[in-house]
Design a protein around this ligand. Structure first.
Ligand code: DMJ
Length: 439
């Protein structure tokens, strides 16, 4: 392998290549399509929030790309506005935009970014306050405050305490963190006798509407991540105790080993009986780092190795596999960041060189297959040679994949690797060091 410094420089170059694609094709839009050269929007078809700009700010900061960061600030200064008559998905708006604006503020000290985060959060709070149980609705109209869709998956209910907790800290107003806690309480009160949870919760009726516990896979994944974060980042003991209780149940009822690899079974949350579905999406790979950070290091290490087996077999991890035989269920590769997310956290937790080796292996495969003349793009099929490229760059990759890889190798003074906490979208909520002149 090249030296860590050389790898960091390569990653930064590739990030810039992806970033220049966005700037050239879609500056000011949410996202870009590098093959057709067209912009696209994420939340609302006919309205852009400049999502990629918001998502990229703290990455630009830690990479030392200060001129690019200044362009982002300039654009946001004249365009940031959430008084928009449109229905926005609360979960995505919180983890991407509230967090992106907060971390942009931490990186630059630009107060209007924090004000923007607060304004957006205030417009989204109706999802919680209009719900009879406190578990949030899925969509809020940012202008009218109308809410809709009471049937919510767990990740969308329980991935906000980091952002709302920070807003409470910044503003002194308890309403934000209280909304998050009430949402957790509504769901966790309905756990089974086994301390397992279902997947979809009706926030008006206050009950699960299905019986499958798919943890740690999507769409429940970050529900568990934020419980641990509530403790690690905010020092709240109740989320820590919930995390421990629910994780004990997951470890006891769901761990399974197939051909030497560790996976998590989908089970009926009331009985613990396996449903027989052995599909898992790549999104579950984040759990290797979470379960290790939470104290179960052997499980985290083994689960990471299971995903490395999929990486070895397919060069890039497909969107979904059947863990019974590692066969492909969905051949797409949507530039998902969960595997390098685990490499990143496990590297800083253990300093085991395997995490750097495998992260570099992943990076090389990414560069070989997802690079286009106009940036980076997703793959629609990892089985073909060359792999088949799609026409989309998701904004989360500006916040996640390249950042994880860079920070693992860069040793930049702008990042405190011993005291950081990132949200589920890779935003550096804790751990950015401000040092304008000397780094
Ligand atoms: C990201 O938006 C976040 O990591 C989220 O928690 C789920 N995964 C997507 C990217 O795959």
């Amino acid at each position: 392998m090249p030296s860590p410094k050389a790898i960091a420089a390569q990653v930064r170059d590739e990030f810039l290549h992806a970033w220049h694609g966005y700037k050239y094709i879609a500056w000011g839009y949410d996202e870009y399509r590098p093959l057709s050269g067209k912009p696209s929007n994420f939340f609302l078809e006919n309205h852009s929030f400049g999502l990629s700009i918001i998502e990229a700010m703290d990455t630009l900061y830690v990479m030392g790309l200060d001129d690019e960061l200044e362009s982002c600030i300039a654009w946001l200064r004249s365009h940031l506005d959430f008084d928009v008559d449109g229905d926005v998905q609360m979960f995505e708006a919180v983890i991407r935009m509230v967090a992106g604006l907060l971390t942009g503020y931490y990186a630059t000290g630009e107060r209007f970014l924090a004000d923007g985060a607060r304004d957006l959060a205030d417009r989204l709070l109706v999802c919680f306050t209009k719900s009879p149980t406190g578990a949030p609705y899925r969509y809020a109209n940012l202008k009218t405050g109308a809410v809709r869709e009471p049937q919510m998956v767990l990740a969308e209910i329980g991935s906000n305490i980091l952002e709302f907790g920070d807003l409470t800290r910044l503003t002194g107003q308890p309403k934000y963190v209280q909304a998050s806690m009430k949402a957790y309480e509504a769901v966790i009160a309905k756990r089974s006798e086994l301390d397992l949870l279902g997947t979809t919760f009706d926030v008006e009726k206050g009950e699960f509407i299905d019986t499958a516990d798919v943890a740690p896979d999507e769409p429940v994944d970050s529900f568990y991540e934020y419980l641990w974060g509530g403790w690690q980042m905010l020092g709240l003991t109740q989320p820590r105790d919930w995390y421990r209780m629910l994780t004990n149940a997951i470890v006891k009822n769901k761990v399974t080993r197939v051909s030497g690899n560790l996976w998590f079974k989908t089970v009926n949350y009331k009985t613990g009986v396996p449903t027989g579905d052995t599909t898992t999406s790549e999104l579950a790979a984040f759990y290797a780092e979470l379960v290790a950070k939470g104290g179960d290091r052997d499980i985290g290490s083994a689960f990471y190795d299971s995903w490395t087996a999929a990486l070895d077999k397919y060069e890039l991890i497909p969107e979904a596999i059947n863990y019974a035989d590692l066969s492909i269920v969905s051949p797409r590769h949507w530039l998902r960041p969960e595997y390098p997310n685990s490499s990143f956290d496990l590297w800083f937790l253990t300093k085991d060189p395997k995490y750097r080796t495998t992260a570099y292996q992943y990076f090389q495969a990414l560069r070989r297959n997802c690079r286009t003349p106009n940036g980076y793009t997703v793959l629609t099929d990892v089985r073909t040679r060359p792999m088949t490229q799609g026409d989309y760059f998701p904004a989360y990759s500006f916040s996640e994949n390249f950042k994880y890889l860079y920070l693992m190798f860069a040793d930049t003074p702008r990042f405190d690797s011993s005291g950081y906490y990132l949200n589920t979208e890779g935003k550096i909520m804790r751990g950015m060091r401000l040092c304008v002149d000397w780094c």
